[in-house]
Design a protein around this ligand. Structure first.
Ligand code: NDP
Length: 450
């Protein structure tokens, strides 16, 4: 890949990029089918991505007509890479098997290794014969909605398509690699004021939060809405806070340390609850929830904003869902996209129906929602929440940090990019938008290390 990196760094023309030889193999982070049973008998927290994630060379797949070859400059760790690497709740090879049965192009994905990663920034190298809007040399970011348009439902909302998948999780050849194949309808223009790693960390989490709160398909937050945000300095939550502030709402962030409280205050979130300091015990044992603890949280929120939240931004799942349904305002909404702590959920249905609350499900975002999110990033209305950057060789260490909640915001991964802070093509715009805003999470993480 060295000749490709050199051409990108020399700002080669589109024609020159298009003429570059695509290598027969490339460096990637992957798990192996033969390792699926390696953690048997261990608890989730004991399963270690550093034992299962491998960095090594894999064969370059053939390019389908609707795809592009992408030189991946940077990527990021998402929680789905943690799931894949600990083989929970299911080994992702089942997804690859199913994709393999779908078409001859799908068959390419059904391999004994799974290249992971669902975010990327990079440069288009070659385009398939059916690609219209993108050219070799284009600098892009990638969203992870992997869908084709042959299902009628996709034309209403591509997230409703029966074969909708998450790239690099339910498909192979993901972004934690030096090269990838992605569908043309996953591409978005790279914001010119951001470095490769700053541009790479946003799409999955920010577009998911966008759909949950802003787009037409989920909670549809309006100006003045109060929003309780779990994990408010994490991947989803760090963008959720920005969307709420940006849309004239009032966020109440929940986090688990005083450092994170400080970080959110700097982001502009005035009301932050430190759940560790409060010591909430929503479950008194494995089978019983404690309503008095739900009430204690509700009282805390009311004490801060004078009312119950219009929207609760949910993703921890089993640990918090009972509390989330309880504390939402009469007529309010709980919007959920995940269940990190467990997916068999329990809540008191009386609090839902008697108070006319809604639970709304959401999952990633369609192309249009991802594009709208990218535009907000490009205009500087929202910012990356990159806190730390690792090399591709250290992917497993980064995934382990996310698995154990040792991070803030997003962890970036340098793939082909040889160092940080490269790829900024409009420094004036960066200055206008504000270095301090763009690097808030990076500076905070650095200050904790010093
Ligand atoms: P992060 O780990 O970056 O952030 C999650 C935050 O949630 C943590 O920082 C932690 O914050 C908080 N948290 C974790 N466990 C609990 C708990 N038991 N109770 C209360 N808070 C908790 O992850 P992401 O935000 O990137 O992803 C969160 C979940 O959403 C994952 O399960 C992921 O797979 C899923 N997801 C789903 C998507 C979809 O499209 N459906 C898209 C993106 C993510 P703190 O300790 O500070 O409170």
């Amino acid at each position: 890949m060295q000749h490709i990196l050199e051409a990108i760094q020399a700002d080669a023309s589109g024609d020159e990029i298009a003429a570059l030889q695509i290598p027969e193999s490339y460096r990637a982070a992957y798990v192996r089918r033969e390792d699926v049973g390696m953690f048997e008998g261990r608890e989730s927290w004991e399963k270690d991505p550093r034992e299962s994630l491998i960095i090594g060379d894999v064969a370059t797949p053939q390019l389908a007509p609707d795809e592009v070859y992408l030189a991946v400059m940077a990527s990021s760790i998402n929680f789905n890479t943690v799931w894949t690497s600990i083989f929970e709740p299911l080994p992702t090879f089942g997804f690859l098997d199913r994709l393999g049965r779908e078409s001859s192009w799908g068959k390419r994905h059904d391999l004994d290794y799974h290249v992971v990663g669902s975010d990327a920034s990079g440069v288009v190298l070659q385009v398939g014969s059916a690609v219209r809007n993108w050219r070799p040399g284009d600098r892009v970011t990638v969203h992870c909605n992997y869908v084709d348009d042959q299902d009628p439902a996709a034309h209403e909302d591509s997230m409703l398509a029966s074969n909708q998948r998450i790239w690099g999780f339910e498909s192979n050849f993901g972004g934690l690699a030096d090269l990838s194949i992605v569908k043309a309808n996953q591409l978005m223009p790279k914001p010119s004021h951001l470095s490769w790693e700053e541009a790479a960390v946003n799409a999955l989490c920010a577009a998911t939060s966008y759909r949950m709160l802003v787009g037409d398909n989920a909670a549809r937050m309006k100006q003045g809405d109060t929003v309780l945000i779990w994990g408010a300095s994490g991947g989803l939550g760090g963008y959720a806070c920005q969307f709420v502030l940006n849309g004239g709402g009032i966020p109440v962030g929940v986090v688990s340390s005083s450092d994170k409280v400080e970080l959110l205050n700097e982001l502009g979130v005035e009301h932050v609850i430190d759940r560790r300091e409060e010591g909430y015990q929503f479950w008194s044992d494995q089978h019983t929830q404690d309503e008095t603890e739900w009430r204690r949280l509700g009282k805390k929120v009311r004490g801060m904003i004078g009312d119950d939240p219009d929207i609760v931004f949910e993703h921890p799942g089993r640990s918090t869902m009972g509390a989330s349904v309880f504390v939402a305002k009469r007529g309010g909404k709980v919007v959920t996209c995940a269940a990190t702590s467990g997916y068999m959920i329990e809540y008191d249905n009386r609090h839902l129906w008697m108070k006319l609350k809604q639970i709304i499900s959401s999952h990633f975002a369609n192309y249009s929602e991802a594009w709208e999110m990218n535009r907000l990033l490009d205009t500087g209305a929202i910012h990356p929440i990159l806190s730390k950057t690792f090399t591709l060789d250290d992917t497993a260490e980064a995934a382990n940090q996310v698995h154990h909640n040792l991070h803030e915001g997003k962890l970036g991964i340098l793939c082909l990019a040889p160092g940080e802070r490269q790829g900024i093509t409009d420094p004036e715009k960066r200055e206008r938008i504000g270095e301090d805003k763009i690097t808030l999470f990076q500076r905070h993480a650095a200050s904790l290390e010093n």
